[in-house]
Design a protein around this ligand. Structure first.
Ligand code: ATP
Ligand code: MG
Length: 346
């Protein structure tokens, strides 16, 4: 039996990269012989400073977004991470066995600090300038351990993730092995990644060498799933391209144009080759941008209208989250009972 876990941070509005690289797949993974847990991971969100009011609202909006993207509460447990206490409890157990050196090798906390400069300047600037990590917050550094707990507490066998998360899943697998060795058990099994095809890795519209991100300070770097069609068109028309003639796919020399072609391929569910065939009649990046923007707008239109409906009924979304947490809690409690036993904490 397949057990699937995945999470998304309520750190802003979901963007096209989240949708194509993750959420679209979440919906597809809800199959008869699978158990699916999908979480709005608020404990991860607070590894960077958050305004409580904004966070509360973002959590709700993210849950509505997930439902709009096709997460079905009848099939999946959809819940807020902080409402199932086992996540933090298991993370603590893992903290006690995971070497600091393993976390030092992770790259994401470093890039998060760099990116955060402009938005959370005061709090974080010191971090990267002071020699080393004196003001680096423990939580940001430790984030992958909590992620391992998120996954292992449900004994997930499969984790759909974008490739920015591969390194963290590797760590999760290592932690599972470490726990088993330490407790002389075979309690945890190592989860597998489900990675989307490369066309579904979406880069920033402003800087095609960086991935599209919720936490990028520039809103023009991303297409939010709930941007109005006019805004989407505007953002794509301002996307960074190059001075080369014509349209060609060349991620090395033409990263901006290639990202746009990728976006087109991803939203139309085509290979890059087939996408390029569609573009046969187009001669310049202006025309390419028009085609991409039309394709994006029509692909996400149904999700947008579903989202509007869900936002009109906030109590429904809250009810779904409550029931999802109760469902997840049952499994989480079972795991924690076994873990405590294995550790002698029972
Ligand atoms: P943040 O900047 O706050 O980390 P994020 O955009 O990276 O936000 P996450 O909540 O960290 O989003 O990730 C949610 C899921 O979306 C993960 O599975 C991640 O791999 C995937 N994902 C994130 N960015 C992209 C992208 N640009 N292309 C494809 N998949 C992505
Ligand atoms: Mg991220």
């Amino acid at each position: 039996q397949r057990i699937v876990f995945s999470g998304i941070q309520p750190t802003g509005s979901p963007h096209l990269g989240n949708f194509l690289g993750a959420l679209d797949n979440w919906a597809k993974l809800q199959q008869k012989d699978s158990v699916t847990y999908y979480s709005v991971v608020d404990l991860h969100a607070i590894t960077l400073p958050q305004d409580p009011k904004v966070l509360r609202q973002s959590k709700h909006d993210m849950a509505a977004a997930l439902l709009a993207c096709g997460v079905d509460p009848k099939q999946s447990a959809l819940f807020e991470q902080s409402k199932v206490r086992g996540h933090s409890e298991l993370a603590w157990i893992f903290n006690c066995i995971t070497p600091v050196g393993w976390l030092g090798r992770m790259t994401q906390w470093k890039s998060k600090i760099e990116k955060s400069h402009t938005s959370h300047a005061q709090a974080l600037l010191e971090t990267s300038t002071s020699a080393g990590t004196a003001s680096l917050k423990m939580g940001l550094f430790d984030y992958p351990v909590l992620q391992a707990a998120d996954i292992l507490i449900y004994k997930a066998t499969h984790v759909p993730i974008g490739d920015d998360q591969i390194q963290h899943l590797e760590l999760c697998r290592d932690i599972a092995t470490l726990f088993n060795n330490n407790t002389k058990s075979k309690y945890f099994t190592k989860p597998e990644a489900i990675s989307p095809p490369s066309t579904k890795r979406i880069m920033s519209l402003r800087d095609p060498s960086a991935k599209m991100s919720k936490s990028d300070p520039s809103d023009f770097s991303r297409i939010n799933l709930f941007d109005e069609p006019k805004v989407i068109q505007q953002k794509i028309s301002k996307a960074m391209t190059d001075g080369h003639k014509g349209i060609s796919f060349d991620t090395e020399n033409r990263p901006g144009v290639s990202n746009l072609i990728n976006i087109y391929a991803a939203v139309t569910n085509k290979s890059v080759d087939d996408a390029l065939k569609d573009m046969n009649g187009l001669h310049n990046s202006q025309q390419l941008k028009q085609a991409v923007s039309d394709a994006v707008i029509s692909r996400i239109h149904p999700i947008q209208s579903e989202y509007v409906k869900l936002q009109a009924d906030p109590s429904y979304v809250q009810q779904v989250l409550k029931e999802g947490a109760a469902k997840a809690q049952v499994t989480a409690d079972e795991t924690m009972e076994q873990v405590y036993k294995l550790m002698g904490l029972d």
